[in-house]
Design a protein. Sequence first.
Length: 59
Amino acid sequence: MLKLAKRFLGDDSGAVTVDWVILTAAVVGLATIAYIGINDQTNLLAQNTADAIPTQVGD
């Protein structure tokens, strides 16, 4: 049992997987933050454009 525990503690083959999971989570988080910022500004621009069109075209 002690040999198995030592082998388990010394094994670092899954460390690369953990690194990739953390890196992927960080990229997804940054992309989400960027999307939220871009989406808000795009919606504001679309609303401003929709409000300005009737005043330019006239009735």
